[in-house]
Write a new protein. Structure first.
Length: 102
């Protein structure tokens, strides 16, 4: 799937929905082991996240590939599936430290 900022995607196995914040490459973004679908596509009900890929996603958090900020997703609706690009799980993006007030 070709990612571009602003693209809205949803999981096929849980209630997770995300918005692409950063990304302009052809990548295989998954949730719970199945590819993410456009929010306009209908999904088959009754699927569940694959074992080991059921860590969940958190509302309002940004997910990136560890050590690489080329793909960044913002979770707009939480769910039971874990986000990944290919076989690489996405991790929560660290907050930037605020400047010292001393």
């Amino acid at each position: 799937m070709r990612l571009k900022p602003g693209l809205r995607l949803r999981s096929q196995v849980c209630s997770t929905e995300v918005i692409v914040v950063r990304g302009s490459a052809e990548v295989d973004v998954t949730c719970g082991g199945k590819p993410l679908a456009s929010v306009t596509e209908t999904v088959q009900p009754g699927s569940a996240p694959a074992p080991g890929l059921d860590g969940g996603s958190v509302l309002g958090k940004r997910y990136v590939i560890e050590g690489d900020a080329s793909v960044e997703l913002l979770c707009t609706k939480p769910g039971d599936g874990s986000l990944a690009v290919g076989d690489t799980p996405l991790v929560l993006k660290d907050a930037k430290p605020l400047p010292s007030s001393d």
